[in-house]
Write a protein that binds this ligand. Structure first.
Ligand SMILES: O=C(O)[C@H](O)[C@@H](O)[C@H](O)[C@H](O)COP(=O)(O)O
Length: 236
């Protein structure tokens, strides 16, 4: 069984659809167990979906929001995924949700990884909903092709939810080379996943990834691992 691919006419439609789906999944998780974990990606694509979620009615106080990955920059920095999530998602009604940062006071991502793993692990057992993005190099989360730490992150043991990545030499990572990311087991064990992608180029990258070696296009690892639990939402 494989993922569902749901093309939408416009990016607004895609953001509406993704937000509605997220609310449905989170609501069911809360009904079932009293709480829900929601791990979200940064980057540019999720902002319109976040705007819709931030004012939606949900028992947000029962939701823990965490990150799929983070760049090792201050939470005030423009490149910080935490900054994006605080500004666009955790405002309005969604401000009642709990938030798990990845960036800490540690000197770098590697030295923070054990601490962040302890903080994230209880919320990844499994994750109720994960929102993934994808780059034109076929990365998802901070799983950049050829990054140092990629193999360890993808094939971490089940008790490791967070790992450090050194993306030096990966062009798409830009200046943000020091990162923390959720691991292979944390992501592929998620109960439900949305991959939100916009534009013709990303659609072509996604289609190529379905046939590619996961080492070269690591998003393939999430696509295969999640199978029917993954919904891909795309708009031109
Ligand atoms: O912090 C990050 O870099 C991300 O979480 C990353 O995995 C992102 O989802 C993709 O790079 C897509 O980014 P865009 O949405 O900006 O294209």
């Amino acid at each position: 069984m494989k993922h569902e691919f749901l093309p939408q006419a416009t990016r607004d439609d895609a953001a509406d659809f993704a937000a509605r789906m997220a609310l449905g999944v989170l609501e069911s998780a809360i009904e079932e167990s009293g709480h829900a974990s929601f791990m979200v990606s940064g980057g540019t694509t999720p902002a319109p979906m976040f705007r819709r979620l931030s004012n939606a009615r949900l028992a947000w106080e029962r939701v823990t929001v965490g990150l799929v990955d983070e760049r090792w920059v201050s939470p005030e920095d423009e490149g910080s995924n935490e900054a994006l999530v605080r500004k666009r998602l955790l405002t309005g009604k969604a401000g009642a949700a709990g938030f798990l940062p990845m960036k800490t006071w540690h000197a770098n991502a590697e030295s923070a990884a054990p601490d962040r793993n302890q903080a994230y692990r209880p919320h990844c057992d499994p994750i109720d909903l994960i929102l993934l993005g994808m780059g034109n190099d076929g990365h998802t989360a901070s799983w950049f092709p050829n990054a140092a730490g990629l193999d360890g992150a993808l094939h971490a043991d089940a008790s490791t939810a967070v790992a450090a990545i050194d993306a030096t030499g990966c062009p798409v990572a830009g200046a943000h080379t020091d990162r923390l990311t959720l691991t292979g087991p944390a992501i592929i064990d998620s109960d439900a996943a949305i991959l939100l992608i916009f534009g013709a180029e990303k659609r072509a990258v996604f289609e190529n990834a379905l046939l590619a070696d996961p080492v070269l296009m690591p998003v393939r690892y999430a696509i295969d691992g999640l199978g029917p639990r993954l919904t891909v939402i795309w708009a031109p």
